[in-house]
Design a protein around this ligand. Structure first.
Ligand code: AMP
Ligand code: MG
Length: 487
């Protein structure tokens, strides 16, 4: 008698059991020739998975969804979503599967999810597939965000499938294995609300409270408290994006999590030159999701969450609306507070620095950065040098020397802490020209540039020899950067 080997991973099926109305059991498409391109060993270990086993044939088949551990129920999740302002009632995982939940070594329940694993009943016109480049982009950018301390889904692995994907040209296909504290989105609540089944909506809300915002369970009114917790998490998240110059690109309601993690890295990018009007996504012709509009876009999405939650906020409709508005009104002050506190940290300012001095100083700085098309990451990192007495690198970045000298003098008078600044202003972010270079090389089979980029951005605050290129702004004359959603 042969004994079946222990599974590589134990996967729960809690979502599939608790919310079957929103889960379609499904399986991944065969991958003709799976080849592991990148594995996140520290994350694997955190999940209690053995990296060596994940590298084995069986492990790689797990990572593309073709070897499902016993007891697991992979599902495509149903959700709705406002896409660029228009409601799509039935969106769902068109090319993704929730494999199941893993309990990590710290005891936290986390989703293991695949993207690019083939068509599902939600695929609409899509092919259900993903290309190597965009999946590696999500891997790099999500891991960079994590290293920057920004809540995000994580990337466990990218496996090339050996199947060609037709985009503008034929491209090598891939599956991304990603990890999230859950995949519940604003769009999940919109879907539940649109079914008209209030008990489903309640079960979904209870599940979200249990997984992400347990304190809401003890509140006098748990569902308004859930909404308030999501508003707080998103206000904090978007403030962090803004401080680091991250442009998400597609802030549709299906791409906003209930947990407060950044999700769905499509046409995302980091600012080079500081400019609130920056749009990278080729499909965002109206600039709805431009850098400077992200706080408003988030607030808009949260208003859609409020609408979806209304039947749970109170039995009395007027009271439900009043509660929704009251909570939604907390978004702006929370966002402002998070952003201002973060900006003070970036400037190394002591806790006691007077708002009446700091606020105009910050406004003036942003005006200078915009007018001079100054590289955001390089500027803030250079400032610690200026605090230590060498302002030349900062001055070289800014066109208007008289203005920056005046600004620096007033800022230095506040006593900035250079070491504290180096802990919050990254040297390395995934700069657009380096991401493109790494993805193009990887698509051709050369993984070395990707490896160096990951080395830089996964330890973003420690300047290291050998990574000088990764700390420099894009070469002058770089074409206006565009990212594509046909991912
Ligand atoms: P996204 O903008 O990437 O968040 O995707 C929006 C919706 O389109 C989701 O429902 C995705 O599952 C679906 N989708 C995106 N690309 C594809 C594809 N190639 N095949 C099927 N569905 C897709
Ligand atoms: Mg999405």
């Amino acid at each position: 008698m042969s004994v079946a080997p222990a599974p590589t991973v134990l996967l729960g099926n809690r979502f599939a059991r608790e919310l079957p109305e929103m889960a379609v059991p499904w399986q991944a498409e065969e991958a003709p020739e799976p080849q592991l391109l990148v594995l996140n060993e520290p994350l694997a270990t955190e999940l209690g998975l053995d990296p060596a086993r994940l590298r084995s044939d069986e492990g790689v088949r797990l990572l593309v969804g073709t070897a499902v551990p016993p007891g697991a129920t992979p599902v495509a999740q149903a959700y709705a979503g406002h896409q660029f302002g228009g409601l799509v009632p039935r969106l769902g995982d068109g090319r993704a599967l929730l494999l199941g939940e893993v309990t990590d070594v710290a005891g936290r329940v986390r989703d293991l999810h695949l993207k690019g694993s083939g068509r599902t009943p939600f695929a609409r016109g899509g092919d259900g597939l993903a290309a190597v480049g965009p999946m590696l982009r999500e891997y790099v950018v999500s891991e960079a965000m994590h290293a920057l301390g920004i809540p995000t889904t994580r990337s466990l692995a990218v496996v090339a499938t050996g199947r060609a994907v037709r985009r503008e040209t034929l491209l090598p296909g891939a599956v991304l294995a990603r990890v999230a504290s859950s995949h519940l989105r604003v769009g999940s609540f919109q879907f539940a609300r649109l079914t008209g089944d209030v008990e489903l909506l309640r079960r979904l809300a209870d599940s979200a409270i249990g997984r992400h915002h347990p304190a809401a369970a003890d509140a006098e009114h748990p569902y308004p408290a859930l909404f308030e917790a999501v508003v707080a998490a998103q206000a904090d998240l978007v403030a962090r994006w803004m401080l680091v110059g991250f442009v998400h690109g597609v802030m549709n309601t299906d791409n906003m999590t209930i947990s407060g993690e950044t999700i769905d890295y499509g046409p995302c990018a980091f600012l080079d030159a500081y400019d609130p009007a920056t749009v990278y996504s080729s499909i965002d012709s109206g600039g709805r999701y431009r850098y400077g509009n992200q706080p408003l876009a988030a607030e808009w999405d949260l208003a859609r969450l409020a609408e979806a939650l209304l039947p749970l906020l109170s039995d009395d409709q007027d009271e439900a609306i009043a509660r929704a508005v009251e909570v939604l009104d907390t978004f702006r002050p929370r966002y402002e507070a998070a952003w201002s506190a973060g900006m003070r940290r970036k400037l190394g300012l002591p806790a006691g620095a007077d708002d009446a001095v700091v606020t105009p100083l910050v406004e003036e700085l942003l005006g200078l950065l915009e007018a001079g098309h100054v590289d955001l990451t390089s500027f803030f990192r250079s400032l610690s040098g200026a605090a230590r007495g060498d302002a030349e690198p900062t001055r070289r970045l800014v066109l208007d020397l008289a203005a920056i000298d005046g600004w620096l003098a007033r800022w230095r008078a506040l006593g900035p802490d250079a070491d504290a600044m180096d802990r919050v202003n990254p040297v390395y972010v995934p700069r657009n020209h380096l991401v493109e270079e790494a993805l193009a090389a990887a698509t051709e089979g050369d993984l070395a540039p990707l490896g160096r980029l990951l080395e830089a951005v996964t330890a973003p605050y420690d300047e290291r020899p050998g990574l000088e290129r990764h700390a420099l702004p894009a070469p002058a004359g770089s074409a206006a950067y565009r990212t594509f959603c046909g991912t």
